[in-house]
Design a protein around this ligand. Structure first.
Ligand code: FE2
Length: 213
């Protein structure tokens, strides 16, 4: 019986981030879009002889629709873990690196909002660690920093219209400001930083292969 990927549960109640992200958005985004990516991934991985492969192996070697759906499964699972109902602030080593590499938390938040707002069309804005330092990068469509083993994602915000249109219409900046100011899970980012590889937290992120249902 081949291993299959499963839709990970949201790590909070679907109305816990209102009004920044509504329960209606999570119903569509998590229960609709993410579920569809997982179902397509399982079908395409099976057809491609990769039903038993790990998700990151598929992301790093897959092409076209297989890559798109595998990467979107990873990106969405990582996005849910990047969100926090309660306002947090980074601490410890992460806070020190933010000060060193951006000049402070407010400057990092502004960079995330500006990079995300300026990004053309669909994609993702990430806080990553690369070459020893932190950086903000945006990726197009399904593209994801975990294609490169040298880049460690710490946080991500979804820039696709389905992430914000029900709550903020076309105002992506308002969505970004609300999420970045109030709803990023800096404790998750700190755990990623200490773990050093997404594989180390695959179970927590919800991207491991599960038993077939
Ligand atoms: Fe999305």
């Amino acid at each position: 019986m081949p291993a299959r990927f499963a839709l990970p549960p949201l790590p909070f109640a679907p109305d816990a981030l209102e009004p920044a992200i509504s329960a209606a958005t999570f119903a569509e985004h998590h229960g609709g879009h993410h579920r569809a990516y997982v179902e397509a991934l399982n079908r395409l991985a099976g057809e491609g002889g990769m039903a038993g492969a790990g998700l990151l192996d598929i992301v790093r070697t897959g092409r076209r629709a297989l890559f798109d759906n595998a990467a979107q499964h990873f990106n969405h699972a990582f996005f849910w873990k990047s969100l926090s109902p309660a306002r947090q602030a980074p601490a410890g080593r992460l806070a020190a690196m933010i000060t060193r590499d951006f000049g402070g938390l407010d400057a990092l938040k502004a960079r995330l909002v500006e990079s995300g707002a300026a990004h053309f069309a669909s994609g993702w804005v990430w806080l990553v660690k690369r070459r020893g330092g932190l950086a903000v990068v945006a990726t197009h469509d399904a593209d994801t920093p975990v294609r490169l083993r040298t880049v460690l994602p710490l946080l991500v915000v979804d820039l696709w219209e389905h992430a914000y249109y029900l709550d903020h219409r076309r105002d992506r900046r308002a969505f970004l400001e609300a999420v970045v100011e109030q709803h990023l899970d800096w404790s998750f980012a700190a755990r990623m930083l200490e773990a050093g590889a997404v594989e180390a937290l695959a179970g927590e992120i919800g991207i491991a292969n599960g038993a077939a249902d």
